[in-house]
Design a protein around this ligand. Sequence first.
Ligand SMILES: Cc1cc2nc3c(=O)[nH]c(=O)nc-3n(C[C@H](O)[C@H](O)[C@H](O)COP(=O)(O)OP(=O)(O)OC[C@H]3O[C@@H](n4cnc5c(N)ncnc54)[C@H](O)[C@@H]3O)c2cc1C
Length: 329
Amino acid sequence: MTDTQLTPLTSEQSEIQRMAHEFARNELAPYSAAWDRDSYFEPSLVGRLGGLGFLGMMLPEAYDGLALDTLTYLLALEEIAAADASAAVLMSVHNSLPTQMLLRFGSEAQRARWLPPMARGELLGAFALSEPDAGSDAASLRTQAVRDGDDWVLDGTKAWVTSGSHAGVILAMARTDTADARKGGRGISAFIITPDLPGFKVGKKENKLGLRASPTVQLTFDQMRVPADRLLGEQGLGFAYAMQSLENGRLGIAAQAVGIARRALELATQYASERKQFGAPIHDFQAIQFKLADMATRVTAARGSCALMTVRLPRASTAAVNMIFIRAV
Ligand SMILES: Cc1cc2nc3c(=O)[nH]c(=O)nc-3n(C[C@H](O)[C@H](O)[C@H](O)COP(=O)(O)OP(=O)(O)OC[C@H]3O[C@@H](n4cnc5c(N)ncnc54)[C@H](O)[C@@H]3O)c2cc1C
């Protein structure tokens, strides 16, 4: 646990941080190396994280969330990441992307239907924006949605979807403009997808160098019929919704990186005190002390940057969505 916050933590923040630390130490750390080696996703994690409230950290209590601020969420995420980066990416994506998109831009009926089970850990959330040919340039995505009666029919392939093979609800972006009238980012809408929809298929799972216990998969939508009430917010605003949620998502991934770096520092410090050369633990040698000091400085600076960014995070508003369009389109 850390004592290097910029400002003193509130008692609530300390308590949440302690809970996350205990959970991570007892229920993740003993298994995380084996899960990572075997690319094993432990399904019970979702319910256990949900039981602690860690899958609805920033959701209002009305939707069974903990109604906590972003900083408290990042503190918990750092603790989880220090023990198991894969569990942290699951928690980060779920809290930052699908739940926030539903909360900010969903109708009351959509929020009431999807958010409480997501907060309780009964439904894992995923976010499907990227495609094999649309990574950084996400607005060039090609998955197409065509209105047909009361449904939308979606066709296309999504790539690198975190938790996509185990998610109960996926916020997926698809084009709702037409081939002869392309509108860039403004031609993209967001849909609430569930794996029971006919035409939904889980495709290739990536064989990654790290985060191996977090399944990163392709999803294929093959003439997948999606009821019209699964359109999120307004038609044509899905890309802006996704971009705004990603602002939050990037902070989660940054806190995850801080947790990983902190654990590396802890292990390096421990090793330097155990390893003896020339009759002394190597942490007695100044060159090693400099290295550990540099690592500690960088971890502290990174944590401070995360904390600072929480006060600069744009709030959901029409103005913020418009700003995203100005930047992205
Ligand atoms: C572990 C993991 C989990 C992921 N989870 C999800 C998820 O849940 N949902 C989802 O939708 N996506 C997910 N992604 C996809 C992720 O968002 C993309 O990897 C990311 O958008 C970058 O796209 P790309 O990998 O295709 O890289 P590319 O866009 O092909 O970029 C390749 C390189 O070129 C650089 N580059 C690209 N454009 C420019 C430019 N204009 N100027 C300078 N340099 C440039 C990039 O910085 C990068 O170094 C995940 C990826 C990973 C690795």
